[in-house]
Design a protein around this ligand. Structure first.
Ligand code: DX5
Ligand code: ZN
Length: 214
């Protein structure tokens, strides 16, 4: 299981150092949650902030766009150093064009689905995707409870395309990661359970061990 700590739960006054700390603690990717106050009822940061912290690690930047018009901002996020760009199928941009813009810019495209959105909505795009992000909470905030009933969607994507990565985001901790692993999740985002842990390195290795146990 790959672990992508979400900086949403980090100390924003130390964002660069927090990214570096996660690198040193064994994070596989760094997950960056971009929110525009429209697509979700919360605001975080945009491409300039991501660009500013890019130099603090060489680990892949996994950018999760919770914004209404992802296509409009893809060049900015590519320029900021995003390696994986995830946008929501529920957003206003044309999925084909958005995927093409991400790929043309040299990054890996991924599509996310909110809890109320069926897995089938991403099926037409699977050939062009690196990853599907199945939200296991309503997007917008950290610290919510894992929605186990989303695992059917994980299974549906993996059954159709075992080669495409599936990511779970929201409520991932030692008690829930086994369920995600069993359903076929390849990458787990973890905000609270890693950043708020006394020992983040231990938290990441505990998550990986718990995923192995299934
Ligand atoms: C929620 C974000 C998540 C969030 C997860 O909209 O996409 O990445 O940071 O936080 P936890 O792990 O605390 O549920
Ligand atoms: Zn996220």
């Amino acid at each position: 299981m790959l672990i992508a700590p979400s900086v949403l739960s980090s100390d924003f006054s130390q964002l660069g150092n927090e990214v570096k700390r996660m690198d040193l603690c064994g994070a596989d990717w760094i997950h960056l949650d971009v929110m525009d106050g429209h697509f979700v009822p919360n605001l975080t940061f945009g491409a300039p902030v991501i660009k500013a912290v890019r130099k603090f690690t060489d680990k892949p930047f996994d950018v999760h766009l919770m914004i209404d018009e992802p296509l409009r901002y893809i060049p900015d996020f590519l320029d900021a150093g995003a390696d994986i760009v995830t946008f929501h199928i529920e957003a206003k941009s044309d999925p084909e064009k958005t995927i093409a813009a991400i790929r043309t810019g040299g990054a890996k495209p991924a599509v996310s689905i909110k809890p109320g959105t069926p897995a089938e909505t991403v099926f037409p795009y699977l050939d062009k995707l690196f990853m599907v992000l199945v939200m296991t909470v309503e997007p917008g905030f950290g610290g919510q409870s894992f929605m186990e009933d989303m695992m059917g969607k994980v299974r549906a994507v993996k059954a159709r395309r075992p080669d495409i990565l599936v990511q779970a985001d929201g409520g991932i901790h030692r008690g829930t990661i086994g369920t995600a692993a069993q359903a076929g999740v390849d990458v787990c985002v973890a905000g609270t359970s890693v950043f708020k842990a006394d020992d983040a390195k231990q938290a990441i290795s505990d998550l990986k061990a718990a995923a192995e146990r299934k």
